[in-house]
Write a protein that binds this ligand. Structure first.
Ligand SMILES: [Zn+2]
Length: 124
């Protein structure tokens, strides 16, 4: 059994997911569905049925983690099954590193501070 198969066998049971959602009253839920943070070395096997089963039983928006590298078709299918929030961080960080990697530390700080001030998130 591969590590991916072992992981799937040990997924938190749907029944326990529903119990958790009900017990906590959470506004959204991010179950294990086959995605992971970081870059995929092989095509991930997404469990679309798991997303559908949870959202069919509980009207809770599903949050996707590990969106970097997924195809447009995968995003569409996940959204059709109840995914309401998609997180894509690794690719964004890589792009930022590429851009900021060419600048000095002082210049990076200045750029970030200027962006934060424009958005009203930093003290002036
Ligand atoms: Zn995440």
């Amino acid at each position: 059994m591969t590590s991916a198969e072992t992981w799937r066998v040990n997924w938190f049971p749907i029944e326990k997911c529903i119990e958790f959602i009900e017990a906590t009253g959470i506004d959204c839920f991010a179950p294990a569905i086959g995605t992971a943070h970081g870059m995929y070395s092989t095509e991930p096997v997404i469990n679309f049925d798991r997303v559908k089963e949870i959202t069919t039983r509980k009207a809770v928006p599903i949050v996707l983690h590990g969106g970097t590298g997924l195809s447009e078709d995968t995003f569409r299918r996940l959204i059709q099954n109840g995914c309401a929030k998609v997180n894509i961080s690794t690719k964004l960080r890589c792009n930022l590193r590429t851009v900021f990697g060419r600048t000095s530390r002082a210049s990076r700080r200045s750029m970030i501070r200027s962006k934060l001030i424009k958005s009203g998130s930093a003290r002036r």
